[in-house]
Design a binder for this molecule. Structure first.
Ligand SMILES: *[C@@H]1O[C@H](CO)[C@@H](O)[C@H](O)[C@H]1NC(C)=O
Length: 436
């Protein structure tokens, strides 16, 4: 009788409620709508998302923006997002009928909103502007079937590292005398304004059924300054840490270095790595389950020249951003499929430009890079720091070891969505998902 009761108790536990998914980790997939207007192999249409979506718990549509004068949240490309021809907002949110568990959020900012960027600061200083933003943002999301809003706020960035040349140290001396200008002389006002914005947006979303609020912390935003964790953490469902781009050619053209080290490499700023960014949020009181670790699907590139150290070991001398990729067409950036194409030499053809040599990181602490030295004429040197499926998997494992809420993939259009590298579509997304 006793064992029968125990058996019944076990049955009751097993049958209560829906079964838990195998992995409870969130996989937040960013979709950058810019990819719609890229060319050739890089052009991504909504249909191309389909093979990714069974791996994603959330899909984040990037990006809406802010209208400078009215402070309303608006589409940055109405023709693509809203007008009947494309109606991309709807095309994306309609995936929910095929993937019922999927949450689709509309993200605002994300460095895609380039017109009059000062508006991101000014909005935080004005209660009226915040109200205009909140009301229009909730309406925009609701009208197009989104499950909530993601704030990828375009805060001022920390200054890049200064390199000391002879001239530089002289300049440094002068600056010391006169004092340095702060990046933002209204830091605390913006911090308080942002907290108010999150509170007001949360209150407005709460009036609607099942609307979520997430925030994305953009690269090189100093979270210590702008994010009052205890004040906002209970108001948001997810904190996406875009913990990459610590080092980029746009910020650091003369020195190439790991763009997203998990831990601090020797002799570097101790704050500019994934572990430090994560620990700020945890130490400030964020429950680890709300913190999601961002993984970039693109690499950051620099040109090497004849002054670059031939070992290729970072940090090393560089000279400007690497050339734009054939498809993504952005200086200093290559998508994962653009990188993988440079790592193989299918026919060992003579006379072809030398391909990149990949250097992996057995310590799993800093990441992978690949490079080639300049040729005799001093041309063609390239250095790239990037994620591949192995390092993406290691980052997912790191997220798991810290009991984080999951990972985000930034973004799907830069992953190998066509399966050009090995035949598998979305290799970075998959590798991260499997190790979570
Ligand atoms: C961020 O701001 C804090 C507080 O002002 C400062 O101590 C820290 O050095 C800053 N972090 C970076 C990476 O500049």
């Amino acid at each position: 009788m006793k064992s029968l009761l125990a058996f019944a108790a076990v049955l009751a536990v097993v049958s209560s409620g829906p079964s838990l998914p195998v992995s409870q980790g969130k996989v937040i997939c960013y979709y950058d709508s810019k990819s719609y207007v890229r060319e050739s192999q890089a052009r991504m249409l909504p249909l191309d998302l389909d093979p990714a979506l069974s791996f994603c718990t959330h899909l984040v549509y990037g990006y809406a923006g802010i209208q400078p004068d009215t402070y309303k949240a608006v589409s940055l490309n109405e023709n693509l997002d809203i007008d009947r021809n494309h109606a991309n907002y709807r095309a994306i949110t309609n995936f929910k009928s095929k993937y019922p568990g999927l949450k689709v959020l509309l993200s605002i900012g994300g460095d895609a909103d380039k017109e009059d960027e000062q508006k991101y600061n000014l909005l935080l200083e004005s209660p009226q502007a915040r109200t205009a933003f909140v009301n229009s943002g909730v309406l925009l999301a609701e009208q197009h079937g989104f499950d909530g809003i993601d704030l990828a706020w375009q805060f001022p960035r920390i200054k890049p590292k200064k390199l000391r040349s002879t001239f530089g140290s002289l300049w440094h001396g002068i600056k010391k005398t006169f004092g340095t200008t702060p990046v933002d002389d209204k830091e605390s006002e913006h911090r308080e304004g942002y907290t108010a914005l999150v509170r007001e947006l949360k209150a407005a979303l709460n009036l609607k059924p099942n609307m979520q609020l997430s925030i994305t912390v953009l690269p090189n935003v100093n979270a210590t300054i702008y994010y009052d964790v205890p004040a906002i953490i209970n108001l948001v469902d997810i904190v996406n840490l875009n913990s990459f781009d610590y080092y980029t050619a746009a910020r650091n053209p003369k020195e190439a270095d790991y763009t997203s080290p998990t831990y601090k490499p020797q002799n570097r700023n101790e704050l500019l790595n994934v572990d430090s960014s994560v620990n700020y949020w945890l130490a400030a009181g964020a429950p680890s389950s709300k913190v999601v670790l961002g993984i970039a699907t693109y690499g950051r590139t620099w040109k090497l020249d004849s002054d670059s150290e031939i070992s290729g070991v970072p940090p090393l001398h560089a000279n400007e951003a690497g050339e734009a990729g054939p498809y993504t067409k952005t200086e200093g950036i290559l998508s994962y499929p653009e990188i993988c194409a440079k790592l193989i030499n299918p026919n060992h053809q003579k006379g072809m430009r030398p391909h990149l040599r990949k250097v992996t990181d057995p310590s799993k602490r800093f990441g992978t890079y690949a490079f080639r030295l300049p040729d005799d004429s001093g041309e063609g040197g390239l250095w790239v720091s990037y994620e591949d499926p192995d390092t993406a998997g290691q980052k997912a494992q790191y997220a798991k070891s810290k009991a984080l809420g999951g990972v985000s993939i930034v973004d799907l259009s830069m992953d190998d969505f066509r399966g050009l590298c090995t035949g598998d579509k979305y290799p970075i997304l998959r590798a991260a998902k499997y190790r979570l």
